[in-house]
Design a protein around this ligand. Structure first.
Ligand SMILES: *[C@@H]1O[C@H](CO)[C@@H](O)[C@H](O)[C@H]1NC(C)=O
Length: 406
């Protein structure tokens, strides 16, 4: 009897911990709840370790994720896999064993808020392996440096150095990559790096080889408005809660973590902010840039007075290398043909939708792929045990687009 009671109490506690009211329409809510509970328990353990002064919260979180996920480079019957270095940056390389002599090429940047994850994780390893095999492409998955050891612009510089090396005649020749068929891609924070790299290299006239495509998976692209329609709608949707994204930004930009409430209140982009011109504001004006069905009933939060000193303290908030959505139309117009994936249940949805719109306005051909039942991270959680239906669909469509366009 006592045992049964204890079991019932434990089970209810577990259910209480796992259960989370989710918006209707999200793909397979129970799987998302379990994923969230796992992620939340890791976060909470990391917060405790941080509070006790044992280590930086990101360090422990990353250690736990790595412990569960990191795998050695091992080849399989179809793909040769090695750990190498690209432009001085550690990189896992996936080379198809069969297929044409001249391969397509993809450089990939993993997600994880510029602080977590690795190209050596099972999920990213499986994704790149699948891409290499199905696209008959050499895929290079880059392990750029992470928070807390590195902050902006280190991650960006690593991504750029690896990309320049990737496009060099020596690397293309060594791996038999067709210089006419190369793509830069990434998800989440990796999508941010891919977009920033595509802008920088698109405008670099000294390059002989240019990217043919950019493929951005639910990218994070701006840090001036944390009240876009999607930030409001999805602020409490796992796994990327609104405050977590703000924290990732502050860590990436090397800013004081105590600025979190200020950014959450949009005090850093108030109208008394002299550094923020009308032109800059127009580049993330979601009322003008989004279609009506995404704006819904949400209203922008623009404060008349805020904390105008913040942009001086954290100038990177305005830096296009950190926030590619702020780029000039001319720069956007020189970037390659684009694929932008967005998910309805994702705070970053509008970052992606606005970027797709701005690219189109600049004359770039854009394929927008929106998942009405998608959530942030779904594409990389499409392998067991977190395999979700929307994850698989989105991954297949992403690879199909590459196959048809690269
Ligand atoms: C935002 O700015 C207003 C006006 O300056 C100020 O009263 C408020 O305390 C600020 N909020 C935060 C969270 O810093």
């Amino acid at each position: 009897m006592r045992l049964r009671l204890a079991a019932a109490v434990l089970l209810s506690a577990a259910a209480y911990y796992v259960y989370l009211p989710l918006p209707s329409g999200v793909s397979e809510p129970w799987k998302l709840m379990l994923l969230d509970a796992l992620f939340r328990s890791f976060m909470q353990a990391s917060d405790v370790a941080h509070a006790l002064g044992l280590c930086h919260r990101v360090r422990l979180l990353d250690k736990m994720v790595s412990w569960v996920e990191v795998i050695e480079a091992h080849s399989c019957s179809a793909v040769h896999v090695t750990d190498s270095v690209l432009g001085g940056v550690p990189t896992r390389v996936f080379q198809p064993k069969r297929g044409k002599k001249l391969k397509r090429g993809v450089i990939y940047f993993h997600g994880g808020g510029w602080a977590l994850c690795s190209a050596r994780m099972r999920t990213y390893d499986l994704l790149c392996r699948k891409m290499a095999e199905e696209l008959d492409a050499v895929v290079m998955s880059v392990d750029y440096r992470l928070v807390p050891e590195a902050v902006f612009p280190a991650q960006y510089h690593d991504a750029l150095a690896a990309s320049r090396a990737f496009l060099s005649p020596q690397v293309l020749e060594r791996y038999s990559i067709d210089p006419e068929r190369v793509c830069v891609s990434g998800d989440s924070a990796g999508g941010n790096l891919a977009a920033a790299v595509a802008q920088e290299l698109g405008s670099d006239d000294s390059l002989t080889v240019k990217f043919k495509l950019q493929a951005l998976i639910y990218p994070v692209l701006q840090a001036l408005d944390f009240h876009t329609s999607s930030y409001q709608q999805n602020q409490a949707v796992p796994i990327l809660y609104r405050p977590i994204m703000v924290r990732f930004w502050l860590q990436y930009l090397g800013a004081d973590p105590s600025l979190e409430p200020l950014l959450l209140a949009n005090n850093h982009s108030s109208l008394d902010q002299p550094a923020l011109s009308a032109q800059t504001r127009s580049r993330l004006d979601w009322i003008a840039l989004l279609p009506g069905e995404r704006k819904k009933h949400f209203r922008p939060l623009v404060r008349a007075t805020g904390s105008p000193e913040v942009v001086d303290k954290v100038p990177a908030l305005m830096d296009v290398r950190a926030a590619p959505l702020l780029a000039d139309q001319m720069v956007l117009g020189r970037t390659p043909k684009a694929y932008v994936m967005t998910c309805e249940f994702d705070v970053l949805r509008d970052d992606g939708l606005m970027y797709a719109r701005r690219l189109r306005d600049a004359g770039v051909t854009v394929s927008s792929d929106h998942y009405e039942d998608g959530f942030h991270g779904c594409m990389v959680f499409s392998f067991l045990p977190m395999k979700s239906d929307v994850g698989q669909r989105s991954m297949n469509n992403y690879i199909r687009w590459l196959d048809q366009n690269l």
